[in-house]
Design a binder for this molecule. Structure first.
Ligand code: BEZ
Length: 212
């Protein structure tokens, strides 16, 4: 298992899931992807996360992001667990959960951190761009459920900065002012960003969100 870093190609795989066997790259097609791991089936925090993820599916779909989860239990176990998630979280899990009993995908993506737990995955998140490169990696411990608003927010930032020469400041959300890329001289920035450029310092130039 090689370490995966930002900019690397996301490892491809074929795996059994709660929605049948699939190939990761084929599943993503030409869009973005979010792959996130769960320590185990029938665990409380994971149950709330998957219910929340299901409720966020439309928001990810609007951004052309396909969701895929992973847990190191089998497909039959996933099917039973999904019934519980749907019942307790008042939703319908509507994306695949990889049945990674042999931990093949978990190992491929370095989702098992032995000093945290030898057998279960941590809460990893990988966001993959349409060119199949890894754009974001997050790692949470089993005891902390993830914030899906933050995952949407970071997708907005990744998609904005993929297509515009900007970066997003702390706590940025879609529609708020963005930072002009440091590589662009201010005179050039003023031609590119027709909504205006405010030079606070020579290295700190702000412009309205070009997509808002
Ligand atoms: C949970 O999902 O609730 C969980 C899983 C493993 C360890 C701790 C919590």
């Amino acid at each position: 298992m090689a370490t995966i870093r930002l900019g690397d190609a996301a490892p491809d795989f074929t795996a059994e899931t709660s929605m049948g066997a699939l190939n990761f790259y084929d599943y993503l097609g030409d869009g973005w992807g979010i792959l996130f791991s769960h320590p185990a089936d029938f665990t409380p925090v994971c149950t709330t996360e998957l219910g929340t993820a299901a409720k966020f599916k439309d928001e990810f779909a609007k951004r052309n992001v396909k969701m895929i989860a992973l847990s190191v239990d089998g497909a039959a176990s996933h099917a039973e667990w999904i019934k519980d998630i749907n019942e307790t979280q008042h939703t319908t899990v509507n994306f695949p959960i990889i049945a990674d009993e042999d931990k093949r995908v978990a190992n491929l993506y370095d989702m098992i951190h032995p000093n945290a737990d030898n057998n279960l995955t941590v809460r990893s998140v990988y966001i993959v761009a349409p060119d199949k490169t890894v754009k974001l990696i997050l790692t949470y411990p089993a005891s902390t459920g993830r914030n899906f608003y933050e995952l949407l927010r970071v997708v907005d930032s990744l998609q904005l900065t993929a297509y515009h020469k900007v970066a997003t400041p702390a706590n940025w959300e879609h529609g708020q002012d963005v930072v002009v890329s440091p590589a662009i001289p201010t005179n050039e920035a003023k031609e590119i960003f027709t909504k205006g450029v405010e030079e606070i310092k020579p290295y700190l130039r702000m412009t309205p969100d070009p997509t808002a």
